[in-house]
Design a protein around this ligand. Structure first.
Ligand code: AMP
Ligand code: MG
Length: 333
């Protein structure tokens, strides 16, 4: 009798062990691939039983997010329609625009999505990039901050056009995060251009991320950070620019002047639990500069790494886990 009990217990143990190993095996199933959406490459590296299904849905959703919501050129997108006279918007994008308005206000409009006319005027990143006349610039920034959202109704003053280029990739990360959760994925890295979602169900998992050398190649980090699950967005003056008479004009504008921001920074990387916040604030901080960014980052409970024009690396207070990876850069706080 005793022997039978021992045998039964042994069989049970073995079954449980096999189940654990099988569960672990399936959960560590992984899928990596990339696709084009939102004018950039989206790459995803996903672990979990349904990693491939999650990837497929992320790919579909982000393409739709662009085509039906964010794009300024697709006639089916809500932003295109608002820019061309429509005033009402679906509830979900209305919620997004309300969050964006809140970030604009808290950033003192250093982040301002009403700059569509200005980005068109400069055309940076297109074949028609040029240095506009001062009067063109002042008319393009006039009233940019004054667009309003109330419920599902958007009011754009005459001549104001929305451009969500500074927040769209972060919004994409938030969409991806919801899909990973839906498919019960274990861990993932989803990079939507300069915004990266680090996803994990393990609160102790640590990711290692490189912060690009602004004057170097994409695979040449100036610094390495080790962080837990979050969203990380970088805005850099090196991403899109043109040069004229020895001067560089980049694509991140100071909404108060209409000219490329001159805050003494080459890049800002913002870390937040929200993709929208990390993307919007990386743009805002590049306009504001180091000192002025600190209260804004604190307000959103976000952290940041700044690289100055002199290759100095600075972080928000108490930021841990940063290592300099290139001797041309110096950590100064
Ligand atoms: P990012 O790379 O996220 O900093 O976004 C840069 C893009 O956002 C530009 O290419 C413009 O389309 C738009 N943009 C430029 N300056 C601003 C600004 N101050 N606030 C909001 N959007 C901006
Ligand atoms: Mg941004």
């Amino acid at each position: 009798m005793k022997n039978k009990v021992i045998t039964a217990a042994a069989v049970l143990c073995a079954t449980v062990l096999v189940a654990i190993i099988a569960f672990d095996f399936f959960m560590s199933a992984s899928f990596s691939a990339s696709f084009i959406a939102m004018n950039t490459t989206v790459s995803a590296d996903i672990k979990g039983l349904k990693a491939e299904e999650a990837y497929r849905e992320i790919s579909e959703e982000l393409k739709e997010l662009d085509a039906f919501l964010l794009s300024r050129t697709s006639e089916d997108s809500q932003i295109y329609k608002l820019n061309n006279g429509k005033t009402d918007i679906d509830p979900e994008p209305a919620k997004l625009l309300s969050s964006i308005k809140d970030i604009e206000e808290k950033s003192n409009f250093s982040f301002c999505v009403g700059l569509g006319q200005l980005t068109d005027l400069w055309g940076i990143g297109t074949d028609s990039a040029r240095l506009p006349r001062a009067d063109e610039i002042s008319s393009a920034i006039k009233d940019a901050e004054k667009w309003q959202i109330s419920g599902n109704t958007v009011d754009l003053p005459d001549g104001v056009k929305l451009d969500l280029g500074a927040a769209g990739k972060g919004i994409g990360c938030d969409y991806a995060s919801d899909i990973l959760q839906k498919y019960k994925c274990k861990s993932a890295v989803v990079a939507v251009g300069g915004s990266v979602l680090l996803y994990s169900t393990d609160k102790d998992e640590v990711f290692t991320i490189g912060i690009r050398n602004p004057k170097g190649d994409i695979n040449e980090p100036a610094a390495i950070i080790e962080i837990k699950a979050c969203c990380v967005s970088t805005s850099g003056t090196y991403e899109r620019f043109f040069e004229q008479d020895g001067k560089r004009y980049h694509h991140i504008f100071d909404p108060s002047t209409g000219y490329p921001a001159e805050s003494g920074l080459q890049s800002v990387t913002v870390i937040s639990s929200s993709g929208l916040v990390s993307d919007a604030l990386s743009t805002a901080c590049l306009v504001l500069g180091f000192e002025e960014s600190l209260p804004l980052l604190k307000e959103f409970d976000a952290q940041a790494v700044f690289i100055t024009d002199e290759n100095k690396v600075m972080t928000t207070p108490d930021f841990e886990g940063l290592k300099i990876a290139d001797s041309n850069f110096t950590l100064v706080n």
